[in-house]
Write a protein that binds this ligand. Structure first.
Ligand SMILES: NC(=O)c1ccc[n+]([C@@H]2O[C@H](COP(=O)([O-])OP(=O)(O)OC[C@H]3O[C@@H](n4cnc5c(N)ncnc54)[C@H](OP(=O)(O)O)[C@@H]3O)[C@@H](O)[C@H]2O)c1
Length: 339
């Protein structure tokens, strides 16, 4: 179905979560990582139509290389009177190669997005290791290093300054671990409002989720559907497929919806904020509708705990440094920060 044939959803019906600043963030956002499959213009067209149809929360990042196109879409919907800037929630992220110049990176994103401020700005990964966009999974950058508290805090201090300057309303982290949070928590003047982390039925990260909640860090869940169409370089044989999980499929059958919708309902009802990606109007609108229609029962939520099988999809192996043993080193699995 084309977007013009679809009925929109009144954005006022979409619940919000209150962050530590008091700001309210809508409980479903639209992901914008087009991966290798969709052009920047296709993603931007989806952003524009999704806003027309009721989305207010858009998850952007400089490394997705489409902020210019998305900025044009946002400028147009505001000019057309569909929405005001204040009604939108726009998230941005500083990429790993700009940790020394966060303010310039943020200004570039603001310019590309055509905005005066971001609602939320995240440190995309907690170390300055970067790789060329689209590089092979085996690629390694010889400059990559393990996480360092001083280095992270240098980046975080610039994030805090952006809040003081009014360029961003909230700041947060992404891909953090409990060990890394513990190492920097006492040094942070402004505590993170959110942690964007991989969360889907087959990878629930219960311990980190509970830690975040206990620290008033709102979990935002990426790959909420298990990213079924992610690039082949991010796939390994053992990866679970959430939309093929029998518990997810059973609930989908009862509700007569796609299993993707069950993943989004589970996320919202558990308390994280999913940011599903789709450029198909039917796809992204059924995801938004998930937040307000036909909830999963308490028994089904209990049952979905059994879908957990520790299936991390975004392993981050391209960020490994010389001497690292494997991607597990990025995630501090034994509770200590790997060096
Ligand atoms: N912070 C980070 O490090 C990080 C890392 C990864 C991702 N992210 C963010 O998280 C967003 C979401 O992650 P993702 O794009 O990897 O994966 P995802 O949202 O789990 O999966 C997206 C895929 O699910 C399908 N889909 C979506 N809605 C559907 C529906 N209602 N019915 C059937 N299929 C549906 C889409 O297929 P169709 O195209 O066929 O609709 C799309 O290919 C990204 O776009 C990005 O903004 C952040």
């Amino acid at each position: 179905m084309s977007s013009t044939e679809l009925k929109g959803i009144d954005p006022k019906l979409i619940p919000t979560k209150k962050l530590r600043s008091g700001d309210q963030i809508p409980v479903v956002g639209l992901g914008t990582f087009g991966s290798d499959r969709f052009s920047h213009d296709e993603v931007a067209a989806a952003v524009k139509d999704a806003i027309r149809l009721g989305y207010r929360h858009i998850d952007c990042a400089a490394v997705y290389s489409n902020e210019k196109q998305i900025g044009k879409a946002i400028t147009e919907v505001i000019a057309e009177g569909v929405v005001t800037r204040e009604e939108l929630w726009i998230t941005g992220k500083v990429w790993n190669d700009r940790h020394r110049e966060v303010k310039q990176a943020c200004q570039e994103s603001l310019d590309d997005l055509g905005l005066d401020y971001l609602d939320l700005y995240l440190v995309h990964w907690p170390f300055p290791n970067y790789h060329a966009p689209g590089c092979d999974g085996d690629a390694r950058n010889p400059d990559s290093k393990p996480f360092r508290v001083e280095e992270f805090m240098h980046t975080w201090t610039q994030m805090e300054e952006l809040v003081a300057e009014g360029k961003v309303k909230n700041i947060g982290t992404s891909n953090m671990t409990i060990a890394k949070f513990d190492a920097v928590w006492g040094l942070m003047t402004i505590k993170p409002a959110v942690n964007e982390m991989e969360l889907h039925p087959c990878f629930q990260q219960q311990e980190l989720f509970d830690y975040c909640v206990s620290k008033e860090i709102q979990p935002v869940g990426f790959c909420p559907i298990g990213s079924p169409n992610r690039p082949d370089r991010d796939k390994t044989e053992d990866d679970a497929v959430d939309i093929e999980n029998p518990i997810v499929q059973k609930i989908a059958k009862r509700l007569n919806v796609h299993p993707a919708v069950v993943c989004i309902k589970w996320a919202v009802q558990r308390g994280q904020i999913p940011i599903p990606f789709s450029v198909r109007p039917n796809g992204y609108m059924s995801n938004l509708e998930s937040a307000i229609k036909d909830p999963i029962t308490d028994e089904e939520m209990e049952e979905l705990k059994n879908a957990e099988c520790n299936s991390r999809l975004i392993k981050g192996q391209v960020f490994l440094w010389e001497g690292a043993k494997g991607w597990e080193d990025l995630w501090d699995l034994d509770g200590t920060i790997a060096q």
